[in-house]
Design a protein around this ligand. Structure first.
Ligand code: ADP
Ligand code: ZN
Ligand code: ZN
Length: 689
C-alpha cells in the first residue's frame, strides 16, 4: 500500500494560456513553487485550459501555463478518455493517474530538453535502421481452427463496434500463431498493434517470435525493466506513430498509439495484470475498455481464462464476448496424463511425510535415464518456512510481521518475506540456548537438496524469486533449460509460466493442496489454472507426448478440482465454479471493492474504517451495496503496520461505482480526524479478499 493518505484530488486545475492549445497537449505548468508536467484536459470557451496536474493544493489565483511541448502531438481523445475512465473507476485523481502512466523521464524535461531527445531519437532511428527488404519470414499454414479464429478476427475488424474475443486453447494449440496473423493484417493496414503479456522476462520467446516475424516493422518493449531513457524513447516512438508494435506488461495498456488497430492480452487470467499499488487497475479490463473506446478488436488469450472472462464468453444472459476455441495441440502434441498420488498412504518419518512419493522419484529417474527433462514445483521458497526449538517451542517469528521468518540455508539467514528483515541464523535457541534448533517443513531450496541426493547424476537447476534476483540470472537459467543443460528444473510456480520447453515429459506438483482450503474465493480458480499451465509444459513434442505425465501429490485425491484436471476439462471446472459463485453471490455475479487501512495501533485503523462504514451507510448511493465489518487480511501485520480491510459488495457495478464516487472525497476528508492512520486505499475489483 503505497498511496499516501491525501492522494487523489479528483479535479483538474484551471490555468490561463495566451495561446489556444488543444486537449491532450503536454506542457509545463506552475504548481506552488514548482513547475510540473501537465496535460491539457478541457479547454474552456474563453481559452482557459483546465489542466490535470499531480495532486497538490488547489491554487485559486489563475496562473499562466509554462512552456508548451509543441514538438509532441497532443495525446489523443481516446487516450484522454481511457485515463479519465480509469481514474474514475479506480477512484484516483485524474492528474495523478495521467502523470503516473507517462514515462518518468518526460516529467524532468523542459521543451529544449525534449527537442534534444527527439533529435537524438530521429538520428538513432533514422529510416533505414529498420530492415526493409528481408527474406519473407517463415510462417506456417494455419490449421482449420486457427483459420476460423482468424476469420472471426477479420470479420470483427470490419465492424464499427467489434466484440471482444476470447481465444481459448491449451498451451501449444497455436494461439500465438493467431496473434501473429492478426497482427500481420493490422500492420498491413497501416495500424499499430498492442500486445500485452504478464511478465516479459518470463516469455522472451514471444518477443523473439514477433521480432522474427515482422522484420520490416519496428517493435518496442514497455516494462519496468527498461532504463528511464529507454522507456522514454519507446514511449515517444509509440506516440509519434513510429513504433508499429508495442509489446509490454500491464503498464503498456496506457501506451499512446495514434494508429491503434489491435490489442492482444496474452494469458489474460494472469494476476499480474492487476496493479497492486497506487491506482489498482486491471490492465486486462482496461484493454477491453480501450478496445471499445477505439473501436478495435481485442483478443484475450488463455488456456484457463479468468471466470469473469469465461462467463462473458459463454452463451447465455451474460455473453458479451465471442469465444474462439483451439481444441487441439499443434503437430499432434498431447496433454500429459495427470496422475494423482494419494500422500495419505505413505508412512510418516519423524512426524513428517516424505517430500516426494517413491513412485514419483522413480518417474524422475526414468526421465533422467532417457535424457528427458522434468519440472518439479512447490509454492514455497527458501529451505524451510520456519526454524523451531523442540525444547522450549521457540519459532523463528518476525518481530515486525504476523509471519514466520524463512530459513535460507545457502546464505545461513532467517529472512522475512513480507518486510525483508534478514538476520544470520542463530547458533542456539534465542530463548533457551538449546543448540538443537531444527527446520520445520520444506521449501524449494530443501527440495533441490533432496533431489540432488536422489538423483546424484542429474543436472538440477532451481528457479524462484531467490535465484532469479540477480541481473540476467532468470534468463540464463531458462536458456540452460532450453539448451538441454538441465535435467530437473525445480522451483516455485515460476517454473510453470509460459516457457516453451521441448523436452519436458514430467511435471510434479509437490504440495498443491493448501490452495484447496484457502480462505480466498479465487484460490481454486488459481490452482486449477496453475496446474493446467504446469501440465502444459509437458508433452509439447508429439513424439514424447505419449509418455508425458504430470504427478499431483495430494491428500485429497477425490477432490472435484483434481477430477476435472485429470480430464483436462476447463469448461467443466469453470461451470461448476461459476455455479458456486452464483449461489454464494460472488464475482462475477457480484462486484466488490475493498477499503484497506493501516496503522501502528490497530484501534486507529478500526475506528477509521467503522466511521467510513457509517458514512457509507448514510449516503444516498448506499442502496443495494452491502458494507461488511472490517477484518484483518491473511497476514495482518507487516513491517510494524497493522492492516485491516472492509469489503463492499453489490450485484450492480453501477450502484457500487456511484457509492464509491460519492464516498471517496469524504474519505479524504475523514482522514484528517484520525491522526494515527498511516495509509488507506480503495481497491476496486480486488483479486484477493
Ligand atoms: P500457444 O500460443 O497456444 O502456446 P503457439 O502458437 O506457440 O501456441 O504454437 C505452438 C507451436 O506450434 C509453436 O512452435 C508454433 O510455431 C507452432 N505452430 C502454431 N501453429 C502452427 C501451424 N498452423 N502449423 C505448424 N506449426 C504451428
Ligand atoms: Zn528453545
Ligand atoms: Zn517481517
Amino acid at each position: 500500500m503505497d498511496a499516501p493518505a491525501h492522494s487523489g484530488l479528483g479535479a483538474a486545475l484551471d490555468y490561463l494560456s495566451e495561446r489556444g492549445c488543444a486537449p491532450g497537449t503536454l506542457l509545463r505548468a506552475p504548481l506552488g513553487k514548482r513547475e510540473l508536467l501537465g496535460i491539457v484536459w478541457h479547454v474552456a470557451a474563453a481559452e482557459l485550459p483546465e489542466m490535470a496536474v499531480p495532486d497538490g493544493q488547489p491554487d485559486y489565483a489563475l496562473r499562466t501555463v509554462g512552456e508548451i511541448f509543441d514538438a509532441l502531438p497532443p495525446m489523443t481523445s481516446a487516450w484522454l478518455a481511457l485515463v479519465d475512465f480509469a481514474a474514475r473507476y479506480y477512484q484516483r485523481g485524474i492528474g495523478e493517474l495521467a502523470l503516473s502512466v507517462l514515462p518518468p523521464a518526460l516529467r524532468k524535461l523542459d521543451a529544449a530538453g525534449l527537442n534534444k531527445r527527439l533529435a537524438r531519437l530521429a538520428k538513432k532511428f533514422a529510416s533505414g535502421t529498420v530492415a526493409q527488404s528481408i527474406a519473407a519470414p517463415r510462417r506456417p499454414d494455419l490449421a482449420p481452427e486457427q483459420l476460423a479464429a482468424l476469420a472471426a478476427f477479420e470479420a470483427a475488424r470490419g465492424q464499427s463496434a467489434p466484440k471482444p474475443m476470447l481465444l481459448h486453447g491449451v498451451t501449444g494449440s497455436g494461439k500465438t500463431e493467431v496473434y501473429l496473423h492478426a497482427t500481420e493484417q493490422v500492420l498491413a493496414a497501416g495500424r499499430q498493434a498492442l500486445i500485452l503479456v504478464p511478465e516479459i522476462n518470463l516469455t522472451p520467446q514471444l518477443e523473439a517470435r514477433f521480432a522474427d516475424r515482422f522484420p520490416g516493422y519496428r517493435m518496442v518493449a514497455m516494462h519496468s525493466g527498461l532504463t528511464p531513457v529507454q522507456r522514454l524513447q519507446h514511449w515517444l516512438l509509440a506516440h509519434l506513430g513510429q513504433a508499429d508494435i508495442v509489446l509490454g506488461t500491464r503498464l503498456s495498456v496506457f501506451a499512446p498509439l495514434p494508429r491503434l488497430g489491435l490489442i492482444v492480452v496474452d494469458e489474460e487470467h494472469d494476476p499480474s495484470y492487476k496493479q497492486q499499488e497506487g491506482a489498482r487497475y486491471s490492465a486486462r479490463d482496461l484493454a477491453v475498455y480501450r478496445a471499445h473506446l477505439e473501436r478495435v478488436p481485442v483478443i484475450l488469450g488463455s488456456a484457463t481464462p479468468s471466470l469473469e472472462t469465461w462467463q462473458r464468453a459463454t452463451p447465455g444472459p451474460h455473453q458479451r464476448y465471442q469465444r474462439l476455441t483451439l481444441a487441439e495441440r499443434v503437430g499432434g502434441g498431447a496433454l500429459p496424463k495427470v496422475r494423482l498420488f494419494d500422500m495419505g498412504v505413505l508412512p510418516r518419518v519423524n512426524g513428517q511425510s516424505p517430500v516426494l512419493a517413491p513412485m514419483v522419484v522413480d518417474s524422475l529417474r526414468e526421465r533422467l535415464a532417457r535424457g528427458e527433462q522434468s519440472l518439479v514445483f512447490l509454492n514455497r521458497r527458501g529451505y524451510a518456512p520456519v526454524l523451531h526449538c523442540a525444547d522450549c517451542g521457540w519459532k523463528s517469528g518476525c518481530p515486525h510481521c504476523s509471519a514466520w521468518r524463512v530459513f535460507h540455508k545457502g546464505e545461513r539467514t532467517l529472512r522475512c518475506h513480507h518486510c525483508g528483515l534478514t538476520e544470520r541464523v542463530p547458533r542456539a535457541c534465542p530463548d533457551c540456548g538449546n543448540l538443537d534448533i531444527a527446520p520445520m517443513g520444506r521449501g524449494t531450496e530443501k527440495l533441490e537438496e533432496m533431489l540432488a541426493g536422489w538423483l546424484p547424476s542429474a543436472r538440477i537447476a532451481r528457479l524462484d524469486a531467490d535465484t532469479a534476483r540477480g541481473q540476467g540470472q532468470l534468463e540464463s537459467r531458462l536458456a540452460a533449460v532450453h539448451a538441454g543443460d538441465v535435467d530437473v528444473l525445480v522451483g516455485t510456480q515460476m517454473v510453470t509460466k509460459g516457457h516453451d520447453f521441448r523436452r519436458v515429459t514430467l511435471v510434479v506438483a509437490v504440495n498443491p493442496d493448501t490452495a484447496l482450503f484457502a480462505s480466498d474465493f479465487r484460490a481454486p480458480e488459481r490452482l486449477f489454472a496453475l496446474l493446467m499451465q504446469a501440465g502444459g509444459r509437458a508433452g509439447r513434442d508429439a513424439e514424447a507426448a505419449a509418455r508425458s505425465e504430470m504427478w499431483v501429490q495430494t491428500w485429497h485425491p477425490r477432490h472435484a478440482l483434481y477430477a476435472a484436471l485429470k480430464r483436462h476439462d476447463f469448461a467443466d471446472f469453470a461451470q461448476s465454479q461459476l455455479a458456486e459463485r452464483c449461489a454464494a453471490g460472488l464475482p462475477p455475479y457480484s462486484h466488490l471493492a475493498l477499503l484497506r487501512a493501516e496503522s501502528r495501533d490497530p484501534a486507529v485503523a478500526l475506528a477509521w474504517l467503522r466511521e467510513a462504514a457509517e458514512l457509507a451507510a448514510a449516503m444516498p448511493g448506499a442502496v443495494g451495496v452491502t458494507v461488511y465489518p472490517p477484518v484483518p487480511p491473511a497476514v495482518s501485520k507487516v513491517a510494524g503496520m497493522e492492516r485491516l480491510q472492509m469489503l463492499l459488495e453489490s450485484t450492480s457495478r453501477l450502484q457500487l461505482q456511484r457509492l464509491l464516487t460519492d464516498w471517496t472525497p469524504v474519505l479524504h476528508g475523514l482522514r484528517q480526524r484520525h491522526k494515527g492512520l498511516a495509509r488507506w486505499a480503495i481497491d476496486v475489483d480486488p483479486l484477493a479478499i
